[in-house]
Design a protein around this ligand. Structure first.
Ligand SMILES: CNS(=O)(=O)c1c(F)c(F)c(SCCO)c(F)c1F
Ligand SMILES: [Zn+2]
Length: 261
C-alpha cells in the first residue's frame, strides 16, 4: 500500500523524510565517524558475541538487501558487554553495498567509505516482549556494524555467496541452517559506539550502534555476486540490479561517539 521507498532517484534517501519525518531527527544513522573526535572511554568494556550455529534459519531477498534470519526464541545467540546493560538477541544480519569498491558502506571513517557494511541486528528481549516493540524503543536494538574492504577471497563468505542465486528476486527465501556468523568477524573487536537509528525506513531511533574498527577482507569477485541480486520481483518488467543500497551519513547533531580501548 502507498508509495514504497527504495534507493533510486525518486524514492531514495533524500525522499524518505516525506513518509518518515524522523529522517530529519536528532539521532539518525549512519554517521561519519571521526576517530580523533571519538572519546576513549575506559568504562567501555569488551563486547562478547555468543553465536550458536543452530539458530540460523533462512536467507532471503527482502527487496532492499539479502538477509539471514535467526531463531530468536531464546538467548542462544546474543551480543553483550561493551555499552550494553544486558544481552541482546540476534534477529538477523544483512549487508549494504555499492557498485564500485570505494563506496557502499553506510558509516564512513574520516570521510572514507568501504565497499560494503555488514549489520548484525540484535534486540533487547530482557526488556521488550517482541522485536517489533524493541525496534521502537530508545534502547531496543543493538546493531553490530562490520566494514568489508576489497582484497583476497574471504574464506567463509562463499557460504553466503553460494546461496545468492537462490534468492535473486525480491520475496524469495531459502533454508540456511547451521551457519555461525562468528566466521564473519575480524580478529580484533575494538569498536566505536553511539546512539542512532535504523538506516532504512521506518528509521526508528532505537539503535545502540557498535561499529568495529577492523574491516574484514572480501574479494571483488565475492562482492560482485551480491550485485547479481535484484531489487525487483521475478515478474517485474525491468531488471533492477541490487546495488548502492546504502544511506549516506547523517548529521551528528549533539551526539558523542565513544571508543573502546
Ligand atoms: C541497521 N540496518 S537497517 O536499518 O537497514 C535494518 C534492516 F535492514 C532490517 F531489515 C532490520 S530488521 C527488520 C525486521 O526484520 C533492522 F532492524 C535494521 F536496523
Ligand atoms: Zn543495515
Amino acid at each position: 500500500t502507498g508509495h514504497h521507498w527504495g534507493y533510486g532517484k525518486e524514492d531514495g534517501p533524500s525522499a524518505w523524510h516525506r513518509q518518515f519525518p524522523v529522517a530529519k531527527g536528532n539521532r539518525q544513522s549512519p554517521i561519519d565517524i571521526i576517530p580523533d573526535e571519538a572519546r576513549r572511554d575506559s568504562s567501555l568494556g569488551p563486547i562478547f558475541l555468543k553465536y550458536d550455529r543452530c539458530t540460523s534459519l533462512n536467507i532471503a531477498n527482502n527487496g532492499h538487501s539479502v538477509v539471514v534470519e535467526f531463531n530468536d526464541s531464546d538467548d542462544r545467540s546474543v551480543i553483550q558487554g561493551g555499552p550494553l546493560d544486558n544481552p541482546y538477541r540476534l534477529k538477523q544480519f544483512h549487508f549494504h553495498w555499492g557498485e564500485k569498491g570505494c563506496e557502499g558502506s553506510e558509516h564512513t571513517v574520516a570521510g572514507a567509505g568501504y565497499a560494503s557494511e555488514l549489520h548484525l541486528v540484535h534486540w533487547n528481549a530482557d526488556k521488550y516482549k517482541t522485536f517489533e516493540e524493541a525496534a521502537t524503543a530508545p534502547d531496543g536494538l543493538a546493531v553490530l556494524g562490520i566494514f568489508l574492504k576489497l582484497g583476497d577471497d574471504h574464506r567463509w563468505l562463499h557460504m553466503i555467496t553460494d546461496a545468492l542465486y537462490m534468492v535473486k528476486f525480491k520475496g524469495s527465501s531459502t533454508d540456511f541452517k547451521g551457519f555461525n556468523p562468528k566466521c564473519l568477524l575480524p580478529s580484533n573487536l575494538h569498536y566505536w559506539t553511539y546512539l542512532g537509528s535504523l538506516t532504512t525506513p521506518p528509521l526508528h531511533e532505537s539503535v545502540i550502534w557498535i561499529v568495529l574498527k577492523e574491516p574484514i577482507v572480501v574479494s571483488e569477485k565475492q562482492l560482485g555476486m551480491f550485485r547479481l541480486l535484484q531489487f525487483s520481483g521475478e515478474e517485474d518488467g525491468q531488471r533492477m540490479r541490487m546495488e548502492n543500497n546504502f544511506r549516506p551519513p547523517q548529521p551528528l547533531k549533539e551526539r558523542l561517539v565513544r571508543s573502546s580501548n
